[in-house]
Design a protein around this ligand. Structure first.
Ligand SMILES: *Cc1c(COP(=O)(O)O)cnc(C)c1O
Length: 368
């Protein structure tokens, strides 16, 4: 029997926190306050602190967080938002939901948005740029912000994968005009279902988003503009409040696994390096390797599950045909697409499991 190393195992975290989570759920069930209960505000305060942001509001999911972040800035039909082609669907889908058009751009060798390439794609209609801190690695925000300032663009961070990461002492989520996060079960900090939140600096934007997520209501019966129903359930906020108590430990465990992979694999495959001043949180651990498909097949036969983030670049998605005919000039993203492989990483993975993955990858390259 071969050992099995799963890509993720969410039940392990529940088992570690079973008592705390069960108690928090029961408390909300007994309180009868299921929507916008007191835990919502408490959870938002805890998240704001983690992100070193003055304001935070929870919403129904990370995609809504992006949509609302753009809507509150007035982005909509006729506008363009620059999005890296190497990201999750929602980075582009959220732009389409506002009525605006995503314009794809290339990435750098670290998989994150290339501000120089983004600059070449600016038109008279460009309103914003969306740096995605992919895999939990902070984008070169000084470069993005300098470019955005030059053309008077909004900066909306897609921070879904990067809660807790920082660059030069600044937390992800505190660097753009607004930032969107996800609490989906596959993210570093997660609840037991869909969830998301937005961080922001401006008190007026905070007040406006509070209304947008609640139908545009300013009181029980008065709607001054059409909003959405995008609230995070009290029960999920109560679970989230238990989880944030363990947030530093969760992050430290992701980083420890990354350190083990780096030490074990740096001589066999390309591993992520953190430049001075960067603290990445390794939502995914992506190596660059030759004979990627063969390696992935070999690992699968040896019980190690791997994935790709993402196998299909956004400009190549069938849904993007109307935007760019599946074409466009994205040489770095295309090159990385053929080399990337995501290894199992989650806080509860054991040292033995990580060592097993390292051993198998090393043997693949040594024996061929
Ligand atoms: C997960 C994710 C989202 C969307 O979050 P949901 O909560 O699933 O809607 C957006 N962008 C990126 C980069 C993500 O990884």
């Amino acid at each position: 029997m071969t050992r099995k190393v799963p890509f993720v195992a969410l039940d392990r975290q529940y088992n570690e926190m079973r008592v705390e989570i069960n108690n928090s759920v029961q408390r909300v069930l007994e309180s009868g306050s299921y929507v916008l209960g007191p835990e919502v505000d408490e959870f938002e305060k805890a998240l704001a602190e983690i992100c070193a942001s003055p304001y935070c509001l929870t919403v129904a999911n990370g995609t809504d967080a992006l949509v609302i972040a753009m809507k509150v800035l007035g982005i909509g039909a006729g506008d363009e938002v620059i999005v890296p082609t190497n990201s999750f669907i929602a980075s582009a889908g959220s732009v389409v939901q506002t009525g605006a058009t995503p314009v794809f751009c290339d990435v750098l060798d670290d998989f994150n948005i290339d501000a120089n390439d983004a600059e070449k794609r600016i038109t008279a209609n460009t309103k914003a740029i969306m740096p995605v801190h992919l895999t939990g690695r902070p984008v070169d925000m000084p470069a993005v912000k300098a470019m955005a300032q030059k053309y008077d663009l909004f900066v909306i961070e897609d921070a879904a994968q990067a809660i807790g990461a920082s660059l030069n002492g600044e937390k992800v989520g505190s660097m753009g005009d607004l930032a969107a996060f996800s609490l989906h079960p596959l993210k570093n900090l997660f609840i037991m279902g869909d969830g998301g939140f937005i961080t922001m600096k401006c008190p007026f934007i905070y007040e406006k988003i509070k209304k947008i997520r609640n139908h545009g209501l300013i009181d029980r019966n008065t709607c001054t503009f059409w909003g959405m129903n995008s609230r995070l359930d009290t029960i999920h906020c109560a679970i989230g409040l238990e989880k944030v108590k363990f947030f530093d430990d969760i992050t430290a465990r992701f980083k420890k696994v990354a350190r083990m992979y780096k030490e074990g694999l740096a001589e066999v495959v390309g591993v992520p390096e953190e430049p001075e001043g960067m603290s990445a949180v390794y939502h995914n651990y992506v190596i660059k390797c030759e004979r990627r498909n063969e390696l992935s097949e070999f690992l699968s036969m040896n019980g190690v599950e791997t994935k790709m983030h993402y196998p299909v670049l956004l400009h190549r998605q069938p849904a993007a045909i109307g935007l760019c005919d599946g074409k466009g000039d994205f040489p770095i993203a295309e090159k990385l697409n053929a080399l990337q492989l995501s290894l199992p990483i989650f806080p509860e993975i054991t040292e033995q499991e990580v060592k097993y993955v390292i051993k198998k990858i090393t043997s693949f390259y040594k024996n061929s």
